[in-house]
Design a protein around this ligand. Structure first.
Ligand code: APR
Length: 232
């Protein structure tokens, strides 16, 4: 199995997702705050949202859904997690093979000189964090309008092509190219299982089973059922 996760898997860790009623994009217009052009034009304004995200990410702990995926990997039932999230909660839960499709927030980088610093240890003030060269630094995650990290993209496509089952957990599948991965997996013969209380933007022809329940309940139940099978 391979898991494709989105912001919904971290909602039970206290991090709002993007497109639900009280999601981040209900407070910040995505193209105004989440696009690389907006960052370049007004880094101070975009850092207002980034500081809010950063505060949420810093305080969050893995929830039973993240822990269940780590357990499935431990049991060699899950080969990798492909995540759109930048919160590092899969790694904190113990997952080892995590493909960060949209990068991560553990380091900041300078697009002028390529300088990088670790996020933790930095005190974020009103101004954007500045590089030694004077330019505003940005988190090491992907803004709208930017390429997916090449290595992550290649690995994710390889995983989608070779899995037997793809668990699609906590993503609206609203954003390409991540949203193409389930279709790619299904075309290669995989079964697609969606875990999301709401319907998502995948064509129903691409979904074999939709468990409309929170991931924090569903994934631990899946682990328990597989443990049961094992003992039998
Ligand atoms: N368990 C499972 N799913 C949940 C839960 C939960 N407890 N809570 C919410 N969800 C679902 C929502 O119903 C929704 O379908 O998670 C999904 C979250 O969708 P989005 O908010 O669109 O987040 P995501 O799919 O990760 O967004 C993709 O868009 O804004 C960009 O780069 C950003 O990586 C992000 C990408």
């Amino acid at each position: 199995m391979v898991a494709l996760t989105g912001a919904g898997i971290s909602v039970e860790s206290g991090i709002p997702d993007f497109r639900s009623e009280d999601g981040l994009w209900s407070r910040y217009e995505p193209m105004e705050y989440g696009h690389i052009r907006s960052f370049r034009a007004n880094p101070r304004k975009v850092w207002k949202m980034l500081r809010e995200m950063d505060a949420l990410l810093g305080a969050a702990m893995p929830n039973p859904a993240h822990l269940a995926l780590a357990r499935l990997e431990e049991r060699s039932l899950l080969k990798a997690v492909i995540t759109q999230n930048v919160d590092s909660l899969h790694q904190k839960a113990g997952s080892r093979r995590v493909i960060e499709f949209h990068g991560h927030g553990r380091t900041l980088r300078c697009d002028e000189c390529g300088g990088r610093v670790r996020r933790d240890g930095l005190i974020l003030g009103e101004d954007p964090p500045r590089c030694a060269c004077g330019s505003a630094m940005r988190p090491d995650f992907v803004f709208f309008g930017e390429e997916i990290p090449r290595e992550a993209h290649g690995e994710a496509v390889e995983m989608a092509r070779s899995c037997d089952v793809m668990l699609v957990v906590g993503t609206s599948a609203a954003v390409a190219p991540a949203s193409h991965l389930p279709h790619l997996a299904r075309k290669s013969g995989a079964a697609i299982i969606v875990i999301d209380p709401r319907s998502i933007e995948l064509p129903s022809a691409d979904i074999d089973l939709h468990i409309a329940k929170p991931a924090g309940k569903t994934l631990p139940a899946l682990v328990e059922a597989l443990d049961q099978l094992e003992t039998e």
